[in-house]
Design a protein around this ligand. Sequence first.
Ligand code: GDP
Ligand code: MN
Length: 394
Amino acid sequence: MSTPPRLAGARVGALDLYEYQGKELFRRYGIPVSDGRLASTPAEARRAAEELAGDVVVKAQVLTGGRGKAGGVRLAASPAEAEARAAEILGLEIRGHVVRSVWVEAASEIAKEYYLAVTFDRGAKKPLLLLTREGGVEIEEVAARDPRALARVYVEPLVGYLPYEGRALVHAAGIADVGERRQLLAIVEKLCRCFSAEEAMLCEINPLIVTPAGELKALDAKVTIDDSALFRHPDVAAMRDTSAGDPLEALAREKGVTYVHLGGSVGILANGAGLAMATVDLVVVAGGRPANFCDLGGGGRAEGVVAALDVIARDPQVRSIFLNVFGGLTRGDDVARGILAALERTAITVPLVARLDGTNAEEGRSILREARLDRLHVEPTMIAAAERAVGLAA
Ligand code: GDP
Ligand code: MN
């Protein structure tokens, strides 16, 4: 195929799979999942339910979590009900993602909800196994509320998964039941095989349920594959969705950032739509091409700056970022601290040019200068900053 490389999933450098695609992978590796069908119309959902027979669950297929809470996961006791639920779910917007298809699967009875994942710990440079008996909810909640409830065990990357690592994990999570332990060890092993063979960055099962009969099953699937490895996995590469629109714009919607992708190399972040538009113009005047329009809105809170920088930096075409803030009610020193906090919390590698003006601008500029970050350039005027950003992107 001669298709040019394009952005992956909601993240650059990674392909996020839909639940039904993740479950297809799980099934190939022998991880227990329910039988199901994909449907993009209510009539298809009805037919799926007829084929599956019995109670079904109708699940929105969007590249974001929290579907259950948003009304995107509904039980149906008959094909007619499945059709009705699908009609409600299709077209729904969940965290900025419009539902284009539903996964209809045989409903499961749930006695317990666990959480199991393999991910990378970039600090330790090792795959990390995570397991907790407090599944179902978002894992960040568990980690924040009771860190000890979340068992963490590393996989030795040069050796690959060994059963003792699984045993240590299951023990640390306090899984006492012998039957559950046996099934869990098998699933952990298969999930690790899937993780390394498919060159994944994340394989997450939340919830991993225990049925009243004591059987374990993956009720959800979140799989992220390393983009750089996709050429070795044409079957997975073909799972990429090209209909979901601009993935960065979807991610921005999810994070509540006002963002329009423009395709150039100078990322732009300004507060207020007017200033953001003027900044886009200025980059063009300075001979550059804006990568995006991004309005931070009022305030220079770290969270807003982090979210916006995160979106902008995921555009692989971005070579420099021009941050243009005029402090009216927003104070320059607050913005400066927001920028520094954002730089600490994001993995930005491209140079960032900051221009601060207005209230407490001088305080803000000196905070930035005193941080002495190589990739952070402070310029006093808009035009100087635009020229600097364009130069750095060349
Ligand atoms: P998420 O909200 O996007 O993480 O979607 P999940 O696939 O995890 O589903 C959310 C919740 O719906 C689960 O935690 C379950 O409690 C519930 N759920 C999903 N599938 C079934 C099912 O087959 N039977 C029952 N009873 N509940 C289900
Ligand atoms: Mn889930």
